[in-house]
Write a protein that binds this ligand. Structure first.
Ligand SMILES: Cc1cc2nc3c(=O)[nH]c(=O)nc-3n(C[C@H](O)[C@H](O)[C@H](O)COP(=O)(O)OP(=O)(O)OC[C@H]3O[C@@H](n4cnc5c(N)ncnc54)[C@H](O)[C@@H]3O)c2cc1C
Length: 452
């Protein structure tokens, strides 16, 4: 059985790896347009500074990514975030405002007016609503009040999606919260009802995990466990797909071949152009139009100057109402200490997004002249970084719009009966956990569709 996968990001690599667990005799070929495996995941160690180009961690409660990490043999490299990660801030009205670290603290949080805090209790009186989807901002405003939506969901969506919460789908971006509302009316009641019934002692500390050598080590491990005759072909953008009976023919530069099954784990625009006439024109166009946020990452490294420079915190986010050039700042070496050379510290500023997409077009020096003053203004560290690296991600993260689920259903229907499946972060969630889960599901589904 020969299976092709397009895209060697986490979705594509996890799908390839899972297929080989299910059917070791299968021959899997992963086509990757770029010169590296990993897609958005890449770790570098430069001058003693370990930094991530993309994701840095996952929530410990997320089963798919935790299980994948264990099964590829990296269980011993998992590290839990430092206690410092419990301290998170918003940049509001020219100062850092601490966010509540426990749910009940929100009742005394100075980031909301008295009226805003009282309105939170409205959650208990909500009836299950019937709309099939709505924007994150509409959902949060109805449930907890517009003040809470602006104060918390707006910066939170910036942190996770780099996007405007008024344009994101609640159902696709926060599926459990959406389902609790539709079932119980109250999200709080839903969250309580769905708590795992664990008998063991509750684990202490912030529930965020990463890997000692960075997330790139997951990619290395996956790629190393895709042995010949399976292959990962770099710099091999697939340019066309054609159905030939029950098989699929793929063309990619020098390579062409016929496969029994195909998983597309590439961005939505590539899916639309590759599937071409296999999709009805309207569906192809709507898939092509899935919005993506473009963002940049400014990595700042500081060599030791004695006492630790960065405050003990996860970092801060900037609400869209604030006049600032950055989306937020993550104090990576505070959250996951011990990964850089001794005494070295690293933070990452996120910039761009829908608020200032034009920043991505600027050169490094121009960007530094805009971003470093933002760092001085917010964290007031007293010195500039010794090391700065600018990373640009055009079309970084998909921003699923309300009713995105209908588009996904239609795509699945259009491909029923073909040996082609969709994985990738454009369809079933953007987190690494979502990518590991959809990679695994696509692997089981493709093996089920193709007779042994
Ligand atoms: C800055 C940033 C920070 C993030 N932080 C977190 C985080 O902390 N935690 C978290 O859980 N998630 C985070 N995410 C999200 C997460 O990293 C991504 O959603 C996930 O890595 C996407 O994986 P993927 O395989 O679906 O897509 P991608 O990584 O985009 O991979 C798709 C691959 O397809 C290839 N491709 C495209 N067209 C073709 C073609 N025609 N032929 C062959 N190959 C093709 C591309 O080159 C690419 O390598 C972050 C993302 C970014 C950008």
């Amino acid at each position: 059985m020969k299976i092709a996968i397009i895209g060697a990001g986490l979705s594509g690599l996890s799908a390839a790896w899972e297929i080989l667990q299910l059917r070791p005799a299968c021959q899997v070929t992963v086509f990757e347009a770029g010169p590296h495996v990993g897609g958005k995941i890449r770790t570098e160690l430069e001058g003693g500074f370990l930094y991530e180009h993309g994701p840095n961690g996952w929530l410990a409660s997320r089963q798919s990514i935790s299980s994948l990490v264990e099964r590829v043999g990296l269980g011993g490299e998992v590290m839990q975030a430092d206690e410092a990660a419990a301290h998170r801030y918003l940049w509001r009205q020219k100062r850092l405002l601490k966010l509540p670290s426990k749910p009940l603290q929100i009742l005394g949080w100075e980031g909301l007016s008295w009226k805003g805090r009282m309105r939170l209790a409205g959650d208990f009186f909500q009836r299950p609503r019937t709309e099939e989807d709505e924007s994150v901002h509409d959902f949060a405003s109805k449930q907890w009040g517009a003040e809470f939506a602006d104060a918390v969901f707006d910066p939170f969506c910036t942190g996770v999606f780099g996007a405007d919460c008024r344009k994101l789908s609640m159902r696709s971006c926060f599926p459990p919260v959406f389902a609790w509302q539709r079932r119980y009316g109250s999200v709080t009641r839903g969250a309580f009802a769905s708590r795992p019934k664990s008998s063991g002692p509750k684990k202490k500390g912030p529930g965020l995990h990463s890997l000692k050598r960075g997330m790139g080590s997951l990619i290395e491990a996956l790629a190393a466990q895709i042995p010949l005759p399976s292959r990962i072909l770099l710099n091999q953008a697939v340019t066309s797909i054609r159905l030939e009976g029950r098989q699929v023919r793929l063309e990619s530069g020098a390579e062409s071949g016929v496969f029994d099954g195909l998983i597309l784990a590439c961005p939505a625009d590539a899916v639309s152009s590759l599937l071409g006439d296999l999709l009805p024109p309207d569906l192809r166009q709507r898939n092509q139009a899935i919005a993506y946020t473009s963002m940049g990452v400014a990595v700042c490294g500081f060599r030791s100057s004695g006492a630790p420079l960065l405050p003990p915190s996860f970092g801060f986010l900037v609400p869209s109402s604030e006049p600032a050039q950055i989306l937020g700042c993550l104090l990576d070496s505070r959250v996951f200490p011990g990964r850089c050379a001794p005494g070295h510290e690293v933070l990452r500023m996120m910039f761009g997004g829908p608020r200032s997409p034009e920043l991505l077009n600027l050169g490094d020096d121009e960007l530094k002249s805009i971003l470093l003053p933002e760092l001085r203004r917010t964290l007031q560290l007293g010195r500039d970084p010794d090391f700065v690296k600018i990373i640009r991600w055009p079309r970084a993260i998909p921003s699923p719009a309300p009713f995105h689920f209908r588009l996904v259903d239609e795509l699945d229907k259009a491909l029923t009966g073909t040996p082609i499946l969709l994985a990738g972060n454009a369809y079933h969630g953007v987190s690494m956990d979502d990518c590991a889960r959809t990679g695994k599901e696509a692997a089981s589904e493709i093996c089920a569709r193709i007779p042994q």
